[in-house]
Write a protein that binds this ligand. Structure first.
Ligand SMILES: [Zn+2]
Length: 377
C-alpha cells in the first residue's frame, strides 16, 4: 500500500531513479499503457442517447454525446496521459457544467474546446468529482479563465495535504521506502506488486512536478447535498457518496437516466482503494444504491468505457470476489501483510486492468481485514 507519511518520506535517500530521463507524458504513458480503453459495447452503440461517432477524438481522450446536452469525455491512457480520467460536460440553454480538472491543463483545455464546438453558453462551473491527481492537476486551466471550481468541502485540503509536500520532495527519497519493499519482497508476486507500486508512484511524482496546483474555490458541503443545478433544460443533481476517496461527488441527470459516477465506478478494471478515506463497505453500499437506479441508466465511470447497469454489477462482483478470497485467508489466520498479496484474479476477471496492486487489490484486502477486526466501521 502506498504510504506517504512523513516518517516514510524521511527515510534515507536512494540514488536509484527508475524513470530518470523519461518525459512527463512519457512516464505516465508507460503506466497507462497497461489499461487500454475498450471500444463502446454493442448494447450502448444501439442506445439512442449515445452518438455513434465521437464529437472529437484526440487519442488520449474522446468526447461523445450521450444525451440531450450531455457529453462524456473518455480517456484512453494507452494514447497519452493528458486527461487520464473520464469526465464530460453538461450544456443547457443557460449554462454549462464541466467535469474534472484532469491530469493536466492540456486535458482540461481539450474538454473546454469540445464544449465550444457545440455550445457558447457561459460556463457555470467546473467540478472535481474528487481530489485525486488525475482529476485535479489541470485545475489551473479553470483558474486562469475565472471559471468557478466546485468540489467536495474536503477536496481543497486533500489536494494541498497530499500533493504540496510532494512538490518540494526529493524523488529518490519518496520512492525509497517503496523500493525497499521490492528488495525485501518475500515472494515473486510481492516483488512484482511492489515494483508496480514504485513505477506508479514515480509517475504520480513526475506529473506533480509539472502541475501548478489549484483547488476548488467553491466548496460543496456534503451535508447540504443533493444540490440541483438548472442549466436551462438540463437539470443536474450533485450528490456525495462514500467509497473511493472521502470526497466523491456524482452528477446525476435524472430526466435522462444518466450518471457521471466519478471514481465510484471503475469499469473493466479493479477499483482503486488506496485512499486513507476509502471504505470498502461504504463503497459496496454506494454501488447497491447505483444498482437501484433505473435499468436503462447510463453510467460514465471515472475510468473505463461508458456502461449500463452491467458495469455496476461487475464492480459489485469484483468486490464480492476480493472479499470472499480475503475472508478465507482471514479465517485461516493468514496475516494481513501476506493476505494482501495472495488474491488471485479468477478467469472471469482476467481481462480486468490492475492500475497497480498497491493502489487497488492490496489496500482493498487491508481495509477488509480492518473492518473484520473492528478497527473501522
Ligand atoms: Zn480517484
Amino acid at each position: 500500500m502506498i504510504d506517504l507519511s512523513l516518517s516514510e518520506r524521511a527515510m534515507p535517500f536512494s540514488r536509484r531513479n527508475f524513470l530518470a530521463g523519461t518525459s512527463y507524458f512519457g512516464a505516465a504513458y508507460a503506466l497507462a499503457r497497461l489499461i487500454p480503453t475498450p471500444v463502446l459495447a454493442a448494447s450502448l452503440a444501439a442506445d439512442a442517447r449515445v452518438a455513434q461517432a465521437p464529437l472529437v477524438d484526440k487519442g488520449f481522450a474522446a468526447v461523445r454525446k450521450i444525451g440531450e446536452g450531455l457529453y462524456a469525455t473518455i480517456s484512453d491512457g494507452s494514447k497519452g496521459a493528458q486527461t487520464m480520467c473520464n469526465g464530460g460536460f453538461l450544456a443547457g440553454k443557460d449554462g454549462a457544467l464541466l467535469l474534472e480538472g484532469y491530469a493536466s491543463t492540456t486535458g482540461a483545455a481539450f474538454q473546454m474546446e469540445a464544449l465550444r464546438m457545440v455550445s457558447q453558453v457561459p460556463v457555470r462551473a467546473a467540478l472535481n468529482t474528487h481530489y485525486h491527481f488525475d482529476h485535479s492537476l489541470g485545475n489551473a486551466f479553470y483558474g486562469g479563465r475565472n471559471i468557478p471550481l466546485w468540489g467536495h468541502a474536503q477536496t481543497a485540503s486533500r489536494i494541498a495535504g497530499s500533493y504540496l509536500p510532494l512538490q518540494g520532495a526529493d524523488r529518490a527519497a519518496v520512492l525509497a521506502p517503496l523500493e525497499k519493499r521490492v528488495k525485501d519482497a518475500k515472494s515473486e508476486a510481492e516483488r512484482q506488486h511492489a515494483q508496480g507500486d514504485v513505477n506508479t508512484m514515480g509517475t504520480v511524482f513526475d506529473l506533480l512536478q509539472n502541475a501548478v496546483l489549484a483547488v476548488p474555490n467553491h466548496p460543496l458541503d456534503p451535508a447540504k447535498l443533493p444540490l440541483t443545478v438548472d442549466l436551462g433544460g438540463v437539470r443536474a443533481v450533485l450528490e456525495s457518496f462514500p467509497g473511493h476517496s472521502g470526497t466523491d461527488i456524482i452528477v446525476r441527470v435524472p430526466e435522462q437516466d444518466v450518471v457521471y459516477a466519478g471514481d465510484l465506478l471503475f469499469h473493466g478494471m479493479y477499483p482503486v482503494c488506496f485512499d486513507e478515506k476509502a471504505t470498502v463497505s461504504g463503497w459496496r453500499a454506494t454501488l447497491k444504491i447505483f444498482a437501484s437506479y433505473g435499468k436503462d441508466t447510463l453510467f460514465v465511470p471515472g475510468h473505463g468505457q461508458i456502461c449500463g447497469q452491467e458495469g455496476i454489477q461487475q464492480l459489485r462482483d469484483v468486490f464480492d470476489d476480493i472479499a470472499e478470497q480475503a475472508e478465507k485467508l482471514y479465517k485461516a489466520g493468514v496475516p494481513v501483510e501476506e493476505a494482501a498479496h495472495r488474491y488471485a484474479p479468477p478467469e472471469k476477471f482476467k481481462n480486468l486492468g490492475i492500475f497497480a496492486w498497491g493502489f487497488t487489490i492490496g489496500p482493498a484486502i487491508i481495509k477488509l481485514y480492518e473492518e473484520w477486526q473492528g478497527k473501522k466501521a
